[in-house]
Design a protein around this ligand. Sequence first.
Ligand code: MG
Length: 379
Amino acid sequence: MRKVAVLGATGSIGGNAADVLAANRDRYSVHTLAAKDNIDELCRQTALLSPQQVITASAEKYPQLAAKIGSRAVTGFGMEAMIEAVQQPDVDIVLCAIIGTGGILPVLAALEAGKTVALASKEVLVLAGELVMKAAARSGAIVPVDSEHSGVFQCLAGRRRDEIAKVWLTASGGPFRTWEKERIERAALSDALAHPTWSMGRKITIDSASMMNKALELVEARYLFGLEPEQLDVIINPQSIIHALVELTDGSMLAQMSAPDMRLAIAYGLSYPERLEKPGSKMDLAKLAELKFFAPDRNKFPSLEFAEHALRSGGTMPAVMNAANEVAVERFCNGEIEFGGIWRIVGKVMENTVSEPQTSLEQVLAADAEARAKARECR
Ligand code: MG
């Protein structure tokens, strides 16, 4: 029986994780459920999973949580409670699915305490990939939960480093793949939220439409797997059936395929190196009429250029790219800027920032804060 702490329990990944955990009660018990402020969903999952502890990040919502949970679990609030929870001796696995960079402190704390971190929050590695991977090399371990990275992880299993020529992340291409550039620039929020294959939270769905999600994932892959920038590339697979490809030095290509169902990557993140019995949708190859591939259009989607710049600069530049994007997406959702404005803001902030080597978390967070301030001022 392994004990799991779920951070970001009420988001899209958290909800899927609750499904997987509920279906595998014989293998996993839930130690902690933690989320921002969706108290109703925390209560639903508490009834379903009987955690020992339930935490909200919000001090204001805490009385409501405590009243509703009653004596069914220990309750707590704030970042400190989360950090304390992931370091408990009886916790084995920490599933981090907090949206944005908020997972950085609990992830570092969990690694320091020797835990396995099933990591869905790509922003944690984009913000401080060098520091996080150094921490993971000292103690604990990271198992990727992002679907593409879970795919790469599965393809790389048992391979020697000198066999690997290149790693390809696939992208669905998002809702704007076939749109003209001018139309994309003026797309409405509802257009950006209409993802063709994956059902996900709002921020990541908009990032998929702009392909900033793939930019973040390239950086994530670089740190997770210790790859050079030129060993990373993107290919569009609109069916979202192939999640990643690993090209070996002799030209052979290994692909990881599955239905676009996040429960599969979550389950593997929890069960690695073992596998669970059918944790999600199965794929019917006979019904799958075709698998198409396209090269991404870098002119229509400048995000991939940003990723290249961030990969080659390293240091704090990926954090700058991520922070500028988070602010730009927020401004787009608030109706302050057009969709194309997201790229203009990210491009401008990166252009006006000099990358520094990652030396400490404080320094990386300062670069993040500075990029956010610049992105708010951008016109
Ligand atoms: Mg992904």
